[in-house]
Design a binder for this molecule. Structure first.
Ligand SMILES: Cc1ncc(COP(=O)(O)O)c(C=O)c1O
Length: 512
């Protein structure tokens, strides 16, 4: 397929129209996809069921289309997308792994999906038991004492964790008996952007800690920034370079010595599942990204789940309500499951019980894998990422070329100087090869960064093909790659305009 003018590539031969027609363009008055039979049964007419003041006066301005056009439209749209179900998606730090369909099935069970969130505990004993068991298993995996399942994403978990940190310090006079509240939270310079944003939202100031030549937290620089004004430190381990923080025990000791707390950003927990635990490293508060570590599709804005687990001394501050057994071991022992709120709770952080079906999906993934299976997830992820790093040696810069965990960071810094190839060009070119792009330009401390996370779910054949494509692209010139992608429904877009002049609504007058 050849490139079309104006940066638009020829679309896949689905409709032959580009841009894809909006659903309104198939619309005709009176056309419908649903055929609801009218009933004359007394008491069951729309007028009788819906109070007069809630009945529409004007028809809604929605597309009137047949089922056939509706299905074809959305099916065509799905074909214009790249997805985890289509091929490898090595988006570093995001863990876009293939999710077993079994977990979708489990979360779709009527007894789970068909329950109203306001249904009373007496009618939702199974749900409460599931949530209670999930809390318990997440605590076992992280080495924590108690958890909340409410936060709907990693960033929401971070804010929850910082509010817990604040509540704990408020109750403990700053942790060292200091009279004034602590004001600062430490964050390494390799951290994900949500970390400093959450610190600011949580009412603290960010103090940055530099990384050393190994790509790890510079412990001397950390010590120099520690005093009784520090409320805590936020770390992810392995860090965003995919490297395990080898000095974590020393870091934890130093942070605790000044009465501060350690927050674990669990976005990279899939690298250590079943091998080691944040609790064993000295962390006090942990968030998990269920939509990365366990089977909950990530991307497209959710729904995700970012539970937060804490050590015993912080349990009383957790958001509520939480599921608890009232008399015996819940339902099994003749007792009842009920909702309780911890005594010093910071309150709710989400309506109802979080993204409940995302939680059910994660629970089914955990049960399907079992403890040994989860460990194999981590081992496979680490093995695949190390294999790929070795393949790319000599073709790309590998700024921290040492054993990595589930992901690693390559760079096109030398290629850019030699033939103009930038990280962005590699990302776009890779789409033509049938792979999603890796994360680019993150972490910020690496020039022209390509952050690659193959995950444990890709086969050796797929990894070989991905490595071959990346190696082939490295040998090309930046000028060639700059016109990519040429084979996708949408070609290279103006990234600035796409972000700043987004037009999310359809305007009938804009069509010829
Ligand atoms: C290291 C790290 N921390 C935190 C987050 C935030 O998670 P979420 O996107 O669920 O808010 C991400 C997301 O990619 C991440 O990579």
């Amino acid at each position: 397929m050849s490139a079309a003018a104006g940066g638009k590539a020829t679309s896949a031969p689905l409709m032959g129209r580009d841009p894809e027609p909006a659903l309104f363009e198939f619309s005709a008055p009176g056309r419908t996809a649903a055929h609801l039979r009218r009933t004359d049964t007394p008491g069951w007419t729309a007028e009788e069921l819906v109070p007069a003041e809630h009945l529409r006066v004007e028809p809604a301005n929605i597309a009137e289309v047949s089922e056939r056009d509706l299905v074809a439209h959305f099916t065509r749209l799905t074909h214009r997308q790249f997805s985890v179900d289509l091929g490898a998606y090595p988006l570093g730090s995001c863990t876009m792994k293939y999710n077993p369909k079994l977990c979708d099935d489990a979360a779709s069970l009527d007894g789970l999906a068909g329950v109203h969130p306001a249904a009373p505990a007496a009618l939702t004993q199974g749900w409460l038991e599931l949530l209670h068991n999930l809390e318990a298993v997440l605590c076992a995996v992280t080495g924590m004492h108690a958890a909340t399942l409410q936060p709907p994403a990693g960033a929401a978990g971070e804010l929850t964790g910082l509010l817990l940190m604040r509540a704990w310090h408020d109750d403990h006079g700053g942790g060292t008996g200091a009279a004034r509240p602590r004001t600062r939270v430490l964050i390494p310079d390799s951290a994900h952007g949500t970390n400093p944003a959450s610190v600011t939202l949580g009412g603290y100031e960010v103090t940055q800690v530099p990384s050393d030549h190994r790509g790890l937290v510079d412990v001397a620089a950390l010590r120099a920034r520690l005093d009784d004004d520090v409320a805590g430190i936020m770390l992810t381990n392995p860090n965003t370079l995919g490297l395990f923080e080898e000095d974590i025990v020393e870091i934890a000791r130093a942070v605790h010595e000044v009465g501060a707390l350690l927050y674990y950003d669990g976005a990279n927990l899939n690298a250590i599942l079943g091998v080691t635990r944040p609790g064993d490293m000295g962390f006090d508060i942990v968030h998990l990204n269920l939509h990365k570590t366990f089977a909950v599709p990530h991307g497209g804005g959710g729904p995700g789940a970012g539970p937060v687990a804490v050590t015993e001394r912080l349990a009383a501050y957790l958001p509520g309500p939480r599921p608890a057994a009232n008399g015996g071991d819940g339902g099994r022992d003749g007792g009842q499951w009920e909702w309780t709120t911890p005594e010093r709770s910071i309150g709710r952080v989400h309506s109802w019980h979080g993204n409940a079906l995302a939680l059910a999906r994660a629970y089914s993934y955990i049960l399907a894998n079992g403890g040994d299976g989860l460990r194999r997830v981590a081992e496979g992820a680490v093995l695949n990422a190390n294999w790929l790093r070795h393949q790319l040696r000599g073709h790309y810069d590998i700024p921290y070329d040492r054993p990595n965990m589930h992901e690693f960071v390559a760079s096109t810094a030398s290629l850019k100087r030699r033939n103009g190839l930038r990280a962005l060009d590699v990302a776009k070119r890779l789409l033509e090869e049938g792979f999603h792009a890796p994360t680019v330009y993150f972490p910020l401390i690496v020039e022209e960064a390509l952050m690659i996370e193959p995950t444990e779910t890709e086969s050796p054949q797929t990894l070989r093909a991905l490595a071959d494509s990346l190696i082939k692209i490295a040998a090309e010139t930046g000028a060639l790659a700059r016109t990519a992608p040429r084979t996708t429904p949408v070609g290279r877009v103006d990234e600035t305009r796409a972000a700043r002049q987004l037009i999310p609504t359809w305007d009938a007058s804009s069509r010829p």
